[in-house]
Design a protein around this ligand. Structure first.
Ligand code: ADP
Ligand code: ASP
Ligand code: MG
Length: 411
């Protein structure tokens, strides 16, 4: 018997049959004595459809307040259908939108942050033996406006509920049976990890592994919420996200996983003066446009001139190129060169901290595969390279092989 928050992603509730299947497993768990709060996403593809409709109506800059009102409807459909399916099985249930359980957020539409949640209605339903079904991805701000938490945000709703309700575990049910050494869609020999540390999971998520939303991992780490990723299609233990302890560290592999991000684009400002203030002159206005810059590289200057390269999200690429091209004379650049066909490929592992030579092993694997490295960046537990997008799959497989991450019996 446990108090569990269980989250089901889009594919897990993607059809009426899947919703009925989820209802059946929830009913069985409830009958076995577990107290359950369920968080659901919209049916798979629904959020994308809603975004596309909004773009048709407002092709320019979409109104973020109204977009959130629209997107929140996706999850409202699934909470109602799942609650009906549960009742149909004789299992008492009650659905709530984010606003109904006062998932209070700030007012940053489309990327709102959760401030607090009202436990009261949920706990009284739990005490009455009901399964509580809450819409993920959404909240409400102080002014009563509906907000959403960013794509993949139902993971964060689930973790926040688990923290607020002091649940025993937050279980994220998805279409894979845990966190793998890399995305199993790209490397079929990827291996499921029994455990991964919060620190590594946070890096993996930040570097592009969309199996968990970054904020969900941050939140779970901060509030010490036991977090597990499992499949809604096949039973199993899944992957537990844990704090690092000495025992784990002893067994820690050098590299735990490979992450990649296809959403990047590269911009080079060429032939600028190699003098104090140049990075600020270029990146300051970009920051003011509210555009996030990722990898940054500045060459050693020659003849007083240097090149300055950075990456941005592909969605921001055209805007940044247009902006800099227009202002290139302001910071005396020769030219602005761009490439939106690049990706970032990274290796992650806490074991890296205490071992030298991991970077050269990574570069060796990529050189053997004939892959050119455009940019390199490192931190304590990760190394990232920027490469041409055509080489992504090859690069993932080469690194997977070099760091011996595959299932033993599939090698
Ligand atoms: P949901 O709709 O349930 O939220 P997502 O599509 O957001 O599911 O996340 C699950 C997907 O994450 C998997 O289908 C898989 O392709 C992808 N993924 C990326 N990296 C990893 C990884 N390291 N381990 C497992 N899955 C991963
Ligand atoms: N439905 C939202 C999305 O597609 C939230 C989620 O699935 O977590 O991003
Ligand atoms: Mg997701």
């Amino acid at each position: 018997m446990a108090f569990l928050v269980k989250k089901f992603g889009g594919t897990s509730v993607g059809t009426i049959d899947r919703i009925k299947h989820v209802a059946k497993t929830l009913c069985a768990a409830r009958k076995a004595g577990d107290d359950i709060v369920v968080v659901v996403s919209a049916m798979s593809g629904e959020t994308n459809k809603l975004v596309a409709m909004a773009r048709e109506v407002m092709p320019g800059t979409v109104d973020v307040r109204e977009l959130d009102v629209l997107l929140a409807t996706g999850e409202q459909v699934t909470i109602a259908l799942l609650s009906m399916a549960l009742k149909e099985l004789g299992c008492d249930a009650r659905s709530y939108t984010g606003a109904q359980v006062k998932v209070l957020t700030d007012s940053s539409h489309s990327k709102a942050r959760i401030v607090s949640i009202d436990n009261e209605p949920i706990m009284s339903d739990i005490a009455a033996g009901r399964i509580v079904v809450v819409a993920g991805f959404q909240g409400v701000d102080e002014g009563g406006n509906i907000t959403t938490l960013g794509r993949g945000g139902s993971d964060t709703s689930a973790v926040a509920l688990a923290a607020a309700l002091k649940a025993d575990e937050c279980q994220i049910y998805t279409d894979v049976d845990g966190v793998y050494t890399t995305d199993p869609r790209v490397e079929s020999r990827a291996r499921r990890l029994d455990r991964i540390t919060f620190e590594e999971m946070l890096e993996m998520a930040s570097l592009g592994s969309k199996v968990l939303q970054i904020r969900a991992v941050e939140f779970a780490g901060k509030y010490n919420v036991p977090l597990r990723v499992l499949s809604s299609f096949k039973p199993g233990q899944g992957t537990l996200i844990t704090y690092d302890d000495e025992e784990n560290e002893m067994e820690q592999a050098l590299v735990s996983g490979i992450a990649f991000n296809r959403d990047e684009a590269q911009v080079t400002v060429s032939g600028v003066a190699d003098k104090p203030g140049i990075a600020y002159a270029i990146l300051g206005p970009i920051a003011e446009l509210n555009i996030e810059v990722d990898v940054i590289l500045q060459n050693i200057g020659e003849n007083g001139l240097t090149d300055f390269t950075f990456t941005v999200h592909r969605d921001d690429y055209a805007k940044v190129m247009a902006f800099l091209s227009e202002r290139k004379d302001d910071f005396g650049a020769d030219s602005i060169i761009g490439n939106d066909r690049i990706v970032k490929l990274s290796i992650v592992g806490v074991g890296m901290r205490s071992h030298a030579g991991i970077a050269s092993k990574m570069f060796q694997a990529l050189s053997e595969a004939g892959i050119n490295l455009r940019m390199i960046t490192t931190s304590e537990i990760k190394i990232s390279v920027v490469i041409d997008e055509n080489y992504l799959e090859l690069g993932v497989r080469a690194l997977h092989e070099k760091f011996e991450l595959a299932e033993e019996d599939s090698a």
